[in-house]
Ligand binder design. Structure first.
Ligand code: ZN
Length: 214
């Protein structure tokens, strides 16, 4: 090791990166040809440069991989969000609400009136009426117009009147509201004077007697 070696060793990093002048380059080349110490130093520098380059590549790969994972996660979250939005939208977009046709939905069979031992009169909707063609019947009480004593009944004021609207639902929505036997209490026959319970069909402007006081 001498003074020349110190100068050459200062130049070696530049030489390794191929960044020194032609004169320096030649001087270094001549020196390392005959100096083992500087040759070894150059080998070490070359190895370090290779490792540095390797770790740069692996970091780049890691960043790329992370970006890919983020892309996949964002895609999955987006798909789940869109599917959820569609699932909720079906209840508002597909469901419709309109007057229930007495003949078409065979309400004579599926809607009954029962009086229990306490005299309470119940309006009973059978399974059939609530599941048929995915229609869901709803007793209507719009400002008392369609249900009660002041409703549609033009001929007999002594009747309690009911009518149904139906909500058309799709198969998925039916899972949320399965067809059931539904019982709705209307009034106590010992407390009210009604002689009839009538069903009114808006579609045909027809009244049907569901119950008549015996
Ligand atoms: Zn040397």
């Amino acid at each position: 090791m001498n003074n020349k070696c110190d100068i050459i060793k200062d130049l070696l990093p530049l030489y390794a990166e191929n960044m020194c002048s032609d004169d320096s380059r030649q001087a270094v080349a001549e020196h390392i040809a005959e100096c083992e110490s500087c040759r070894n130093e150059l080998k070490k520098i070359n190895t370090d440069v290779a490792i540095q380059a390797d770790s740069d590549v692996s970091m780049f790969k890691r960043i790329k991989k992370r970006a890919r994972i983020e892309k996949v996660v964002i895609s999955i979250v987006s798909i789940v969000f869109v599917l959820s939005a569609l699932w909720f939208a079906q209840f508002f977009l597909i469901n419709t609400d309109c007057a229930m046709d007495y003949e078409k939905y065979n309400l004579a069979e599926n809607v009954k009136v029962e009086v229990d031992e306490d005299g309470l009169l119940w309006l009973c909707t059978d399974n059939e009426a609530s599941t048929y063609d995915y229609y869901y019947p709803m007793p209507v009480d719009a400002n008392g117009i369609k249900m009660g004593e002041d409703g549609f009944d033009k001929n007999n004021k002594g009747s309690f009147n009911v009518t149904f609207h139906h909500r058309k639902v799709n198969e998925l929505a039916m899972i949320q509201m399965p067809g059931q036997k539904k019982r709705t209490p209307l009034f106590n026959i010992n407390e009210k004077e009604y002689k009839f319970v009538k069903y009114y069909d808006e579609n045909t402007d027809t009244e049907y007697v569901l119950w008549e006081r015996g």
